[in-house]
Design a protein around this ligand. Structure first.
Ligand code: CTP
Ligand code: CA
Length: 228
């Protein structure tokens, strides 16, 4: 009963979350994308909402239902995702980047379907780098002044702690969350490594929904400290 009357962990917070992959068009029927089910980001959106936050979820192409009470904005490409996030970030107090953003997109996207010409010749694709959404938000004045708390994710195939620590500093975020392998794409459970300026701590293997609740509690604790 006491828990019912206690203020919720994220009451008054505006949480902005990216989730899922992005899709970068080659032509109207083809593109490149990343493996990502979006489940971790959707679970965090649900947990943040249940913790009392106003939640906006910017989702790439995924097949998941919108968590109850969450405002969802669907996007396709990394550039769409950045525009949508930039439009929402002014109102946010917490930004959590779980999306598996495609690092590169085709330099040009054909207006019409590219056809085989019958000679066996293959098309050559040139790529350009996509904007880094997390780094862009983390460098904004509100993030730098502590009004917007930024959290990044990292999926590494080796040396998780080392890569996650370096990535945290490179992106300029106070908290970076590593997915502890093996790859968890599409799975319902995961294990996480939390890396901040003070060190690291593991959230042992559990369902993504349970881990999302634990992560929300960790973020709430850090908000109390940084904004106390
Ligand atoms: N991210 C982002 N925009 C990008 C690339 C990544 O917002 N264009 C975010 C991801 O959502 C994640 C974090 O940055 O929160 C780390 O993503 P990751 O792919 O692990 O790192 P990169 O900086 O892209 O480095 P690399 O893929 O080379 O390891
Ligand atoms: Ca990447």
């Amino acid at each position: 009963l006491a828990a019912f009357f206690a203020p919720k962990l994220l009451a008054g917070q505006q949480v902005l979350i990216t989730a899922g992959p992005t899709f970068e068009a080659i032509d109207p029927v083809r593109g490149i994308t990343n493996l990502s089910s979006g489940k971790m980001g959707f679970a965090i959106a649900r947990a943040a909402r249940e913790a009392g936050a106003e939640v906006t979820l910017v989702a790439g192409p995924v097949h998941l239902p919108t968590p109850r009470g969450v405002r969802r904005l669907d996007v396709v490409s990394a550039q769409n995702m950045l525009e949508t996030v930039a439009g929402q970030a002014q109102a946010a107090t917490v930004f959590i980047a779980t999306a598996a953003v495609a690092d590169w997109r085709p330099a040009t996207s054909a207006d019409h379907k590219i056809k085989k010409d019958g000679s066996g010749a293959v098309p050559a694709l040139a790529f350009v780098e996509n904007p880094d959404i997390l780094a862009t938000v983390a460098q904004s004045p509100r993030a730098r002044s502590g009004q917007l708390y930024c959290v990044g994710f990292a999926a590494e195939s080796e040396n998780l702690l080392e890569h996650a620590s370096a990535k945290r500093q490179r992106k300029g975020v106070p908290l970076l969350v590593g997915n502890i392998g093996p790859a968890t794409f599409g799975q319902d459970d995961n294990a996480l490594l939390l890396v901040d300026a003070d060190g690291h701590r593991e959230l042992p293997r559990a369902s993504k929904v349970e881990l999302a609740r634990q992560l929300v509690a960790e973020i709430a604790r850090r908000l109390r400290h940084t904004r106390a």
